[in-house]
Design a protein around this ligand. Structure first.
Ligand SMILES: Cc1cc2nc3c(=O)[nH]c(=O)nc-3n(C[C@H](O)[C@H](O)[C@H](O)COP(=O)(O)O)c2cc1C
Length: 190
């Protein structure tokens, strides 16, 4: 029998009428692969630190609270950008459009010139707004909590700026960038 590749899900079982696979949450490859079934948008979190723009790609962005208006993202403890964003204090969450896959890749490469060829302008408090994003969400980091090997960053939203004719969002699902198919259209409102 062929050896199972790392990250491959283990043998099937029945759950009701659906064939299922048992996943090993303690295996990081399984965990990563399984959780990749959760589709998300992609953002670049930016700030200005020591006079320089800094930024990192995140898919862990989420709304957190309506009153007060809070959002969150999480960053790996080894991120070199997170300490700089924390020092910046004020940040901008740039929600990427479906033609900005190259930005998602560029801002995910540590130790490189992440800003090469990037069109941006200063927003509130000078934080970088990346041109072409579908939303700019700006605010102040108010709390940072430990979460295993990541840190959960809470941001109080001070400014929301949305283009009147936004491009569709960039989607990340099962390790790939995707775009929303418009052939099936909107099903129903949540
Ligand atoms: C689509 C995508 C989503 C990502 N989401 C996250 C995330 O939510 N949190 C995180 O810490 N890193 C995430 N990363 C990886 C970081 O972008 C990358 O590790 C980081 O930019 C490393 O650079 P740094 O050392 O400058 O922080 C993601 C990468 C990609 C391509």
């Amino acid at each position: 029998m062929a050896a199972r590749k790392s990250g491959e899900l283990s043998a099937g079982r029945e759950h009701g009428s659906q064939a299922t696979r048992k996943l090993d949450a303690s295996d990081p490859a399984h965990f990563r692969r399984a959780l990749s079934r959760f589709a998300s948008g992609v953002v670049v979190v930016t700030g200005i630190e020591a006079g320089e723009p800094v930024g990192m790609t995140c898919q862990s962005f989420s709304s957190l609270s309506l009153s007060p208006p809070l959002v969150l993202f999480s960053a790996g403890a080894s991120s070199t950008t997170l300490p700089r964003l924390r020092a910046a204090g004020e940040i901008c969450v740039n929600v990427l459009a479906d033609d900005q896959e190259w930005l998602a890749s560029q801002f995910a490469r540590t130790g490189t010139d992440k800003w090469r060829g990037v069109d941006w302008s200063p927003g509130t408090h000078g934080v970088p707004r990346i041109a072409g994003a579908t939303l700019w969400c700006e605010g102040a980091i108010t709390a940072v909590h430990e979460g295993g090997d990541h840190l959960i960053v809470v941001v109080r939203v001070e400014s929301l700026l949305a283009p009147l004719a936004p491009s569709p969002p960039l989607i990340f699902h099962e390790g790939s960038f995707r775009v929303l198919g418009d052939d099936r259209g909107e099903r129903s409102r949540g």
